[in-house]
Design a protein around this ligand. Sequence first.
Ligand code: SAM
Length: 252
Amino acid sequence: MLRVDILTLFPDYFRGPLDHGTLSRAVQGGRLTIVVHNLRNWAEGKHRVTDDYTFGGGTGMVMKPEPFFRAVADLRTAEAHVILLSPSGRLLDQPAAKDLAGQGHLILLCGRYEGVDERVAAYLADDEISIGSYVVSGGELPALVVLDATTRHVPGVLGGGSIAVSEESFATGLLEYPHYTRPASYQGMHVPEVLLSGNHQQIEKWRRQQSLLRTRRCRPDLLLDADLSEADRSFLDSEAHCEVPAHCEATD
Ligand code: SAM
């Protein structure tokens, strides 16, 4: 069971995404509790101001520290792990998501504008997480990405109809093999014969090899840390001249 509190200036932002698919099923199944809070509830004064000008000059507003400190003081539990969504954070990856799923209670802090007063990162948050090396307009989308990626690792969330999280891309250090469904032949494009053969041993072998080739083509960096067998290595050596699709070329 995972509890997630989200602090945001835009609670309505979460309405659609939380009402569908894995997240909604996880809540209904009692595996996940999500509470979205309006940060303004912890702001002071008639106008409940949550941002102010940046010290030292410059354009754009900065989110004030006090509402975050007050809100976290109210919501924190003994097992809480407080995360500030930030482009400066450590990059979210599959091991990080798995680790967060074991925390029990996450409090996600969403920034806006130029960002959040640095004292929140320095003295309040236990962790800073980035969803990638680019800037989006607020912490709400990153919070949803963290929430979704993490929830998939909560035991019992991915039901029998879904592929096990342990078989998905990154779980084994490789990208996943390709999937196909009916029709077996469409406008001259054919599903690989082996998948129609019913030979499960051959299918497993083909999937492993496709996984290796796809990883080398699209994310060769992953191969450096992947747990490869002798058979994997000699297969890759034997397939040294595979084609690189255009969308994978830029990846080192
Ligand atoms: N001025 C900041 C900078 O250059 O690093 C960007 C601020 S951004 C417009 C506003 C908020 O969006 C941030 O405080 C953060 O909460 C969120 N955000 C933007 N990009 C993010 C990313 N890649 N990962 C996580 N959070 C992000």
